[in-house]
Design a protein around this ligand. Sequence first.
Ligand SMILES: [Cu+2]
Length: 589
Amino acid sequence: PTMTMDEQTALCAAPFSDPAFNATIRRRGVRLDDVACLPISLGWYGPEEDGGRRLIKSQCYSTEGTANFYMRPIEGLTVLVDMDTGKVVHISDRGAGIPIPAAKNTDYRGAANDDDDGTDRFGYQTVRAPSMEPAPEGPGFQIEDGHTVRWAGWEFHLKADARAGLIVSRATVQDPATGARREVIYKGMASELFVPYMDPTEAWYFKTYMDAGEYGFGLQAMPLVPLNDCPRHARYMDGVFVAADGRPYVRENMICVFERYAGDIAWRHSESPITGMDVRESRPKVTLVARMAASVANYDYIVDWEFQTDGLIRIKVGLSGILMVKGTPYSHMNQVRRNEEMHGTLLSENVIGVIHDHYVTFRLDMDVDGADNSFVRVDMARQDTAPGESPRRSYLKATRHVASTEKDARVRLKLYEPAEFHVINPTKKTRVGNPVGYKVVPAGTAGSLLDPEDPPQKRGAFTNNQVKRLPTTRVKSGPVGCSCTRAKGRTRWVRGRTGTVRSRTRTWCCGTRWGSTTSLVRRTSPSCPLCRPASTSSRSTSSRATPSSSSGPPWRRTSPSVPLLPETMHQDTCVLEDNPRAHWAVARG
Ligand SMILES: [Cu+2]
């Protein structure tokens, strides 16, 4: 099962009860008071590795001189701990000769508190956030009973979840033509995050995290920081979780809900003077956002569910926080032998950023106008014209295939064999006779390059496809199963051939890769599934007052778009347009 917070806290202290561990630390000239250890899930590499016990590996850092201890790994030291007894089972110490990287310039605290000269303490220019002013008449949304959110025709239930972080359920939208409420999603949530590191050496091979199933995406979501994490007019929602002894506890301000105006256009059209019509129509893009931020040790994942007035739902994931780094004897690239396998990039003196992937998988249990939904794959392919048929030799032809088996609904994206993915209700038609539906748009996706038989990939087999569809009866709480910690993987889910047509099914969407497989310097953007109406009757966008854009007082200045420490900190934020095949490369720093 997922580790409880109590377990994780206890495991941080577990290594210090072992005299051999303490001796190892002292031998390195480090004071025990300056050491922090983190529980690292160790994946599944065969029963011979644990004899059926619940085990965890500890990785330790020096906290001396910085809050950013992640930059000071005690490299090569891995402590195997029995989770149930808290006893150290084995110590692996392969780090002799690897210095602990220096603390200088690693502390990130206070960067947002800018000086009078308009720069922060790292020298970055600070900028104001003009769109964070509240509308004068107050927020345009309501939250009823603490969980039911209503805005611009949308209504949905929102709650915190220990594993998924944030769950949106029973989302309905008002039909602008009839005023009727129409169902869209029964339940949607992040189902798993798979983060395999690409270093097969002793102290790193096991680092293949499942951040939701092992650590609890919701358990790791800390209180949001008002004004900087969410704008002034946001409303906050607490999470209530259960401790190891069964008692409930409250995680305050875990989710925020706010209206977003970011200076974008929802819809526009102008007419050229050649038509003789003076048309200048433009609607500002105002959306409703439900947000949480999970701090899974060094990483901070920001998850936004964004609702648009035209019926589109966009799920955005941003990755922030700090890299997990590896210590190295090298302080300059001129010390590295030609062709030496580094498994990453030398980022700073004695610090390597190890290549890795982040896959975020979402479960979307769609109920488009009811539970009677089918999965449709619209394949786009070149159609050649017949000789003499047309001056054109070819055109693009779209062909619809309703998935009748799970295999039909297993998608591996291909750039030159593109497809769209629709969830339709074949029993409900639009005015002109098309089935109503939503389009699921995976974006910023990546495919795993690991061997399918590699133990971490067997556990993370849900990343073998970018979109897939499964009947709800075969889906537990996550793609790896309920017992994620030490799970062996359940690849049978993607081998099955159970019929899925017109039953309540769940769509799983969108793995992504942040850490590029060639270099950490360029990374692809995170995965952000986009759900937009495919053939529902069109909804008009309402014209709304533009929120005030007057600049805020100096104490509210933030620098949201400026990386704090470009060498070592994650600062990817997903910026997606309404382009199903968009795939951005984001340069760091
Ligand atoms: Cu990362």
